[in-house]
Design a protein around this ligand. Structure first.
Ligand code: CMC
Length: 431
């Protein structure tokens, strides 16, 4: 709260004065919490584009400048120097871990990878073609049932168990993802190995066969680790806000992150990475180099998936990093992907086109990430699941922030635009 700054709102000739909140990076907000009580008015902000729903210490984004920082540290530095688990620790606990703390965290995560054997029956309850996001969301909530001491919906108790639950979720989300893939392919489940690091263990559970171990090339491991790190948090996006909303009612972490998965699923959010690859493939199959698609997007007949962002009005810094990673991993694997050429062409065409320039539409995180995942061998239906594995630390940190600091349930208001009061019509008189 700034002592010097206030903001005034004049409604029907009456003036109301409210304090101004200033963030670490000088972001300002007028605190209108008392506006309705004072004046009868609420603020209206469809899609919350101009609403600060919370104060948070976790992630900072400057969308105009294309800046993203986890706990103050620029994403470019983390992408170059950190690993996913190290960044997860930073996001959840606020500090980069020293060697001892990182090893302890790794150990804890590695030790919690196995699923209860009952889960085989849970998986059998799904049709083989079930979407992996539906399976993931159900399974994450189910895990809570096996750990009632961590999912009590009693804040104090759930917080006492926080370290355990956080490591468990970061670990098991990856086991569930791999098991879902194996189920969809009619393949036997592969048990995790404690001697493998986070990403290697995931790839082992995905691609090892009982008669043939999978030893991923280093480039694949590095690319996937980078993918997870770049998705680890992104302030108040649709899924994280959902996690916070659910947590605000007092729900435990398992239930809260399970809702986050559902929110992530849609094509305007995490589902965009799969939608981008489908779009690029369709462009390729139709013999277009992207020019026809750009025209259709400008006429409102198509949407350029992986482009545009509610907050970024500049390059999403993650898109830049992924663009380079896609080149790197394809080169290292000695592969070419015509979809990468189409993506480059689309990017260049859009960046020099008035429609996209005027609307400040730039590539976002999903534009190149699918090409990276495809090169690694992840099936398209699993792309958004990969996003969910990466976003888990962010959801957990946001759940913790709510559980530790917020006592208020999230409950927006609305402007009612339906029928005015009218009487109940008996069935015999209805038209
Ligand atoms: N292709 C063509 N036109 C677009 C696009 C696009 N991808 N995105 C926005 N526009 C246009 C939109 O039609 C509108 O034009 P007009 O002012 O003439 O009506 C203008 O740009 C503003 O768009 P908006 O839909 O009001 O913007 P928003 O902030 O509500 O939506 C968005 C942001 C990300 C949902 C949107 O840009 C979009 O649908 N992008 C494609 C899907 C996508 O890539 N999603 C991933 C987002 S990043 C990762 C994540 O959050 O999960």
């Amino acid at each position: 709260m700034s002592k010097d700054l206030t903001g005034k709102i004049i409604l029907e000739g009456k003036e109301y004065e409210y304090p101004v909140i200033v963030g670490t990076e000088n972001e300002k907000a007028i605190d209108i919490r008392k506006l309705r009580a004072d004046s009868g008015y609420i603020s209206f902000d469809d899609g919350y584009a101009n609403t600060g729903s919370c104060k948070s210490d976790i992630t900072f984004i400057d969308g105009e400048k294309g800046i993203l920082r986890y706990r103050g540290i620029p994403i470019e530095q983390l992408a170059e120097k950190s690993t996913f688990l190290c960044a997860a620790h930073l996001i959840i606990y606020g500090e980069l871990p020293n060697e001892q703390k990182l090893n302890a965290f790794r150990e804890k995560v590695a030790g919690r990878a196995r699923l209860h054997e009952d889960f085989k029956h849970h998986f059998e309850g799904f049709p083989p073609k079930a979407h992996p996001m539906a399976v993931l969301s159900s399974m994450l909530n189910s895990i809570g049932c096996y750990y009632p001491e961590m999912s009590s919906n009693n804040r104090e108790q759930d917080l006492e168990q926080f370290d355990e639950a956080a490591a468990l979720l970061i670990s098991k989300v990856r086991t569930i993802a791999a098991a879902t893939y194996r189920m969809s392919q009619g393949l036997p489940f592969i048990y995790p190995r404690k001697d493998l690091r986070y990403v290697e263990n995931f790839l082992h559970m995905m691609f090892t066969e009982p008669y043939h171990p999978y030893n991923p090339p280093k480039e694949v491991v590095d690319a996937l680790d980078l993918f997870l790190l770049l998705h680890a948090d992104h302030e108040q996006n649709c899924s994280t806000s959902t996690v916070r909303m659910v947590a605000s009612g007092g729900a435990n972490m398992f239930a809260s992150v399970s809702s986050g998965v559902c929110a992530l699923w849609g094509p305007l959010h995490g589902g965009a990475n799969a939608a981008v690859i489908k779009m690029l493939q369709e462009i390729h199959d139709s013999g277009d180099d992207g020019s026809r698609f750009i025209r259709a997007a400008k006429e409102g007949k198509a949407r350029l998936m992986g482009f545009g962002h509610r907050v970024y009005k500049n390059y999403d810094p993650r898109a830049k990093i992924f663009g380079q990673a896609a080149e790197r991993v394809l080169k290292a694997l000695g592969r070419q992907d015509p979809l990468l050429d189409i993506a480059h062409h689309l990017e260049q065409a859009a960046l020099s086109d008035d429609y996209f320039v005027e609307r400040k539409l730039y590539p976002n995180v999903d534009f190149y990430s699918g090409i990276v995942l495809k090169a690694i061998g992840i099936p398209v239906d699993m792309f958004t699941v990969m996003f969910a594995i990466g976003r888990m630390p962010g959801w957990i940190a946001n759940w913790k922030e709510i559980a530790e600091t917020s006592r208020k349930i999230h409950r927006p208001r609305q402007i009612y635009t339906g029928s005015a009061k009218r009487d109940y019509v008996p069935m015999s008189q209805r038209k």
